[in-house]
Design a protein around this ligand. Structure first.
Ligand SMILES: C[S@@+](CC[C@H](N)C(=O)[O-])C[C@H]1O[C@@H](n2cnc3c(N)ncnc32)[C@H](O)[C@@H]1O
Length: 240
């Protein structure tokens, strides 16, 4: 991503990824009518911009997405997963709660990525297995609430158990009330390595600098899956 600049286009926002443009629709519905819960994934969060930028620059993640299979958890509007597809991923699965599935499908169709990108409901901690092997898992701004992150950790561990080499990247915004969330992943055995502090590169941060606002911090983490004593599916190839 040369930059994460975006412009308003009705309900769509545009994001520039390398020499291509992604259109991402942000929903008006801010509440899940089935559960009464806020639909926090109805729009693109700044951590998604930071992660998409890190994926695109190759400087931070040093990982070519071409030909890789990618899972996004808590995808919201799906910017990081769609970015992976634009970067050449052969298969991308965008997942979130059911109420966000239609919006995600709309974003896949708007970018004509339906041949490589699938959308699925996946609620963290549910019994539903992801059922396939992934080279990479991406997640942005999913560290919001400790109990939910504990459930996310169980899902993530299930994904990584199936393939020892799966890489996991997460970008988040540092907030006073979410500080305990990463430790929920450590409790289920993940190591957490901070790759970038994310202080300076995102468009959102640049705008804040211009307006003299206090800078927010968006670290990008690599999550190291726990060593499993049993239950590993044999590795099926090199991801590098
Ligand atoms: C702050 S939003 C971030 C959305 C998107 N990743 C982004 O950065 O723009 C948190 C996302 O996590 C999803 N989420 C929260 N709890 C979840 C759960 N139990 N199962 C699946 N997704 C969940 C929300 O629906 C939402 O899309």
């Amino acid at each position: 991503m040369s930059s994460s600049t975006q412009s308003q286009m009705g309900g769509f926002r545009q994001f520039h990824v390398s020499d291509k443009t992604l259109a991402v629709f942000e929903l008006d519905d801010l509440c899940d009518s089935a559960t009464g819960c806020a639909l926090t994934g109805a729009w693109v969060w700044d951590a998604a911009l930071v992660l998409a930028e890190a994926m695109t620059s190759h400087l931070d993640l040093e990982f070519p997405f071409a030909g890789k299979s990618v899972l996004e958890l808590g995808a919201g509007a799906g910017l990081p997963g769609l970015t992976a597809a634009l970067l050449g991923a052969s298969r991308v699965v965008l997942t979130d709660v059911g109420a966000l599935v239609p919006g995600l499908r709309r974003n896949v169709e708007a970018n004509r990525l339906g041949d490589r990108v699938e959308v699925r409901e996946l609620v963290w901690g549910s019994d539903e297995s992801v059922g396939e092997l992934f080279d990479v898992v991406v997640m942005s701004d999913v560290f919001m609430e400790a109990e939910a992150v504990a459930a996310l950790g169980r899902t993530l561990r299930g994904v990584c158990r199936r393939r020892r080499e799966t890489r996991v990247w997460a970008a988040t915004e540092v907030r006073t009330w979410t500080g305990e969330c990463p430790s929920e992943l450590e409790k289920v055995g993940f190591g957490i390595v901070e790759l970038t502090s994310g202080l300076s590169s995102s468009v959102a941060v640049e705008e804040e600098k211009e307006e003299g606002m206090e800078l927010r911090s968006f670290p990008v983490y690599s999550l190291i899956p726990p060593e499993e004593e049993d239950g590993h599916v044999a590795d099926v190839g090199d991801v590098s």
